[in-house]
Design a protein around this ligand. Sequence first.
Ligand code: PTJ
Length: 250
Amino acid sequence: MRVNPSHPRYASLVIREKLVDGLKKGITSQAGLLAHGRGETFDYLLGEKTNHFAIKAIKAAAACLLLAKTPIISINGNSAALAGKEFVTLAKLINSKVEVNLFHRSEKRVKLIENYLSKFDRKFILQSTYKNRTFIPNIQSPRSIVLNNGIKKADTVFVPLEDGDRCEVLSKLGKKVIAVDLNPLSRTARNAYITIVDNLTRAMPVLIEEISYLKSKKPYYMNKLLDKYDNKKNLNSAYDKMIQNIKQVL
Ligand code: PTJ
């Protein structure tokens, strides 16, 4: 469907169309549309903008990704459809790779998403094979299937639009988890090392810009930025903002 730019909810409708298109291509799962609806609710409460706490988390995430030795970008059907190109740009900037990791996993979908992302730059997409596959224990979903040269060996995992239990397990394994989640109350948000409470589609361009800026800085500067960051405090600012926004309309 062609969305009219003069529509008051143009941005939101464009995002929906991207996901519907993703579903038609076999990239996004049916449940992905429901997950998006959940996200939209929180986006409303957050005022549908990149708030100061999201900027803070993005800066910390940029520093964390640049300081990481073996960062990996783990993406699912929603993130591929919403910001596939941006993830490949991010991988290039931090010298990392993109790994497809799915909740509603099928070999066909994994390949479809890998092929879709490869169109942006094949070099940065890990290709899943039976040989390079392994398992992470204690994850109660096919998200436990990971790649040896990806999530398994990573010290830092970027997980946009996560579904909870994996974030907890990865953190327990000593990996630094950076999440993007519109729901600041989710298990993912509360367990991640850094949580960017913002819409993925708004957060990605800002993250890319921030990384491009930070790249020329010394590690000392980035470490300082990271040391100052407090995820719990930052999530509290997100809760406060939602309450404030509700009170404003009462
Ligand atoms: O592609 P698959 O098979 O791996 O499946 C992916 C989904 C998203 C279906 C799966 O991971 C899932 O069920 O996720 P949940 O448990 O619904 O969690 C998704 C979280 O992402 C929720 O907390 C939403 O608020 C949030 N969310 C949804 N859309 C966005 C978002 N966060 C940031 N940006 C969005 N656009």
